[in-house]
Design a protein around this ligand. Sequence first.
Ligand code: HEM
Ligand code: HEM
Length: 344
Amino acid sequence: QTSNWVPLGGLLVALGAPAAHADALRDQASSIFKPIPDSVTEVQGEAITPAQIALGKQLFFEPRLSSSHIISCNTCHNIGTGGADNLPTSSGHAWQKGARNSPTVFNAVFNVAQFWDGRAKDLQEQAKGPVQNPLEMHSTPKAVEQTLASMPEYVEAFSKAFPNEKAPLSFENMARAIQAFETTLITPNSRFDQFLKGDDRALDAEEKHGLKAFMDRGCTACHNGVNIGGQAYFPFGLVNKPADKVRPVGDKGRFEVTRSGSDEYVFRAAPLRNVALTAPYFHSGQVQDLKEAVAIMGNAQLGADLSNEEVQSITAFLKTLTGRQPQIVYPVLPPSTNATPRPE
Ligand code: HEM
Ligand code: HEM
């Protein structure tokens, strides 16, 4: 290594090798990962329109989608805090606690399916869940349609977002508009993406070490692609069973979806974009420290006792996955009318 460096007038000048080294690392990484694109223009083959995005933004921040009129999507997926709520498990209707940690909505459009167990096939199907979940927003499709139809501004916004439809204002179109808005919640230009695109200096030496270890150790068997995860399902505890606190016995993951014995404790490999912002970790939300989450993964998924140094450098690498956060202007919401159902 030292022989590649030649002193020239007091400066150390590199002769090719370190750059070639970075290129090799980039080539290896580029065969596994992809940068976040600057924008998403269609979803499920349909173009997304500015009118749908504007309406979806209002709905994302709309507390009157909940029966209490105080809980919006943003309550548990706060745009200002990485698209999550940083609680072990979320508090919903009447302060009830759900069983799982709220994942970030950022870059969710790139996941193969939604929820820790992938039970919703896309964001449109997903958005209908929390509104009706008794522990979350505690409403019904009928109450939502009645609420939105009571405000003329919403009636008009739905007509603009879904022109040529007989009944533009519907629960289904609420979900479609929210999905359209969520496609704008992407975080391009992380330092890791800058590195993938050719900037050697975007990562420091420790972060490059961590990237190399992440790939060579085999984390990438499950965490790969544009979202560094979110693409496939694996047993949590493939090699060693994690502690009951981290993997509670009662939550069997994908088993609840497929009822197949081989899916017990199977979960979607968590997408790791912006992971530095979304503590606490795992579906149980019981691990606060990212370093501890990395060490648990090494043991549970790979049967490897990672050294402190490896844990440290992999964690440093994961922190480079924080991208440009969405800059959202808080939407103005229409005032309730006499016809708007009262909060319960
Ligand atoms: C999961 C969006 C309301 C808590 C998700 C996911 C999305 C999402 C896209 C899946 C992300 C992924 O799988 O990576 C929304 C939208 C909402 C909403 C659009 C409003 C209509 C809420 C509320 C709460 C909440 C109010 C808390 C009370 C959660 C939790 C999960 C989740 C705990 C994971 C559940 C599981 O995997 O079983 N949400 N969310 N969400 N959200 Fe929300
Ligand atoms: C979750 C990192 C290897 C499958 C996670 C999380 C991190 C992580 C930080 C938590 C993310 C969050 O809660 O938002 C790593 C590292 C690895 C590694 C550093 C290598 C040392 C693997 C492998 C597999 C895998 C090899 C598949 C065999 C999963 C699954 C989850 C997950 C299924 C979700 C677990 C749950 O909470 O239910 N990973 N991972 N990981 N990872 Fe890994």
